[in-house]
Design a protein around this ligand. Sequence first.
Ligand code: GLY
Length: 357
Amino acid sequence: MNIETVNLNDRSYPIYIGKGASQEPESLIERIKGSDVAIVSDEVVAPLYLELLLKALPDKNVITHILPNGEPEKKLKTAHKIIDHLLENGFGRDATLISLGGGVVCDITGFVASIFMRGVNVIQIPTTLLAQVDASVGGKTGVNHRLGKNLIGTFYQPSAVICDTAFLSSLRPEEMSDGLAEIIKYGLIYDRDFFVWLQSNVSNILEQDRSSLGHAVQRSCQIKAEIVAQDEKEQSIRAILNFGHTFGHAIENQAGYGQWSHGQAIAAGMVLASKLSAKMSLISEDDVEVVKDILLKAGLPVEPPKINVNDFMDTMRADKKVKDRVIQLVLLEEIGNAFLTADYLEQDLEDVLKGVI
Ligand code: GLY
């Protein structure tokens, strides 16, 4: 088991990475504070891994809350139901919440932990590749609003993240591709060498080669931890983690939540952001092809669905990065280096969208 740390002074926490990491006392039992534990999972993951987790918690008073699977569950009503369940069972400030699932479960469990009794202990156990490399790390929690993704939420750090790579073996190829979208993002925004390594290792990761997959998860978590440690509340550099996301969130919203997976949407979004970067002569057209090439190798789409450009722009305007009503975008300066800017021509953005939508 490898350990990365998110350094945030008194809120620092470990990310445990490795096969069987969720079964180690160091990563699990030692991070639980009281005896009341609520595991939040979903109907797909629970039948596979809940029993294993329960066995690792023999002396705790454990309740389980199993959600229907999928993005439409990520709403305030679901958070309310979890809180009802905690209160009905007499859970209080010393409770520990554990997420066992993908991004939806991690985001909603973190959100409930942040508001229940003004904040209780939470341990994230992500079971998808996407949640292991992104959603579970960094303390962003939340639920969707009909007008946009993650518009309701908090920054609230877990006391540990456990990336048990054994859980990845049950993922479908599309779910591996989803995770790869975020992994490729880290190379594009922060680490050219990692991007180059990914170019020759995407197939190995898709095929779950243990060493390639382990490296990809670890390097992604390292990069995310480094960025979050510099800028926990997204006042500056953390915004680059949203490369492709402003476009991607609009795709998810316009297509209808659950129609396009998050990974698929941000893959198409990263291509749109790259195209705008090329239109502004920041990167070359060849670079755009390099971005498309790796995403295609990873089994991801490189074109968004057919959507009305005006509706698309309106949805982008609901993004959290909008400042004084101007959409701020993360663009590429080069492969391995991204920045947040509002300094682009709206006409260029519309041209890029009209070219493909
Ligand atoms: N998923 C982007 C972030 O955590 O900041």
